[in-house]
Write a protein that binds this ligand. Structure first.
Ligand SMILES: [Mn+2]
Length: 333
């Protein structure tokens, strides 16, 4: 089969449906350390495939954050190391994965014979699959899947609606990022019409933190730093802070958002001690600055206003390097 590339908003419904009609044994995967869009999209698409009478397997690489445990059947998604090695799939649906390596170990089920369908909205998607539908204007893969469901007249029921709403809500930062379009709100409205209770979903995800998480946030905010005339905000997370707060590593999820809480900040960084020699960085920006390009310089990637990378240097060195890098960005030399 020749490679097909659809860089468009409209779902290539006929082509996609034809692939699914021909598929027998499908695997639905997403990226390492799944987030709301990854899990919501995976669950929604898998339900649709089951409703088509297909044999469907889901798999994940990484833990499911506690705040997403309410998603219907999410806890049934097996970790890749619990799936039998000899499982075979003729078709793999890869959601939210700019490249196969983002799938993690679950990519071991992709070989030359596999028909891979890549559905994504990352602008750095490398179009590795046989079939690629990439819409960089979509707020989320959840939004793209809704468009596809609508195009083929698949009736979305409440469990699927909850999954798609979660995907959209989380990937738009609660309808805040600039990818949030009129269409995004319309789709959210349709999902509410199906029965999604917006406040319930929102509170379950955002207002349901463990006390240790909030304690960790307090420690991080206590040491907040500003550079380059207040345009760069840096939050630092050390292993010691985790220990003192009694928090797990997954509990830092969302802390990066606080980097943009203050007036005048254009870029926010969360710099996290990963190991003694590696530092994990999350970047956020307001409209004008493309932090994905900066993350790329450090072999990372992501979106225009939200990206990340892993720097192979200790925390303090990485932080100094980043602050220096942003000097140029702000012409603050
Ligand atoms: Mn996404």
């Amino acid at each position: 089969m020749n490679k097909q590339i659809f860089n468009q908003a409209n779902p290539p419904a006929e082509e996609l449906k034809a692939i699914i009609d021909n598929a027998v044994n499908l695997l639905v995967v997403s990226h390492i350390d799944p987030d709301g869009d990854a899990l919501g999209s995976q669950l929604a698409f898998a339900q649709y495939l089951k409703d088509c009478g297909k044999s469907v397997t889901l798999v994940r690489h990484g833990d499911i954050p506690e705040k997403y445990h309410f998603l219907p059947e999410v806890l049934d998604i097996p970790h890749f190391d619990t799936l039998p090695n000899n499982s075979t799939f003729d078709t793999v649906i890869a959601l939210e994965c700019p490249e196969f390596k983002r799938i993690g170990q679950a990519s071991c089920w992709i070989n030359d014979e596999t028909t891979v369908v890549n559905i994504d909205h990352h602008r750095d998607n490398v179009l590795e699959a046989v079939y690629n539908w990439v819409n960089i204007k979509a707020s989320s893969v959840g939004e793209m899947i809704f468009e596809y469901f609508e195009a083929i007249n698949y009736v979305v029921e409440l469990p699927v609606a909850i999954c798609l709403y979660t995907a959209i809500l989380t990937d738009t930062g609660r309808f805040r990022y600039n990818v949030t379009s009129q269409r995004t709100h319309e789709i959210a409205g349709e999902l509410v019409a199906i029965g999604v209770v917006s406040q319930e979903v929102c509170d379950t995800i955002y207002f349901n933190n463990m006390p240790t998480t909030v304690s960790l946030l307090g420690k991080v905010l206590h040491d907040i730093e500003f550079y380059h005339n207040g345009k760069l905000c840096v939050l630092t997370l050390t292993k010691e802070m985790y220990e003192k707060a009694g928090a797990q590593s997954s509990e830092s999820d969302g802390i990066v958002d606080y980097t943009l809480y203050s007036k005048g900040v254009e870029v926010g960084l969360l710099v996290k001690e990963f190991t003694d020699s590696k530092t994990k960085v999350s970047m956020r920006s307001r409209d004008a600055i493309n932090v994905s390009a900066i993350a790329n310089k450090f072999n990372g990637g992501g979106h225009y206003n939200a990206s990340g990378c892993l720097i192979e240097k200790p925390l303090s060195e990485s932080k100094a390097l980043l602050i220096e890098t942003f000097k140029e960005v702000f012409n603050d030399g």
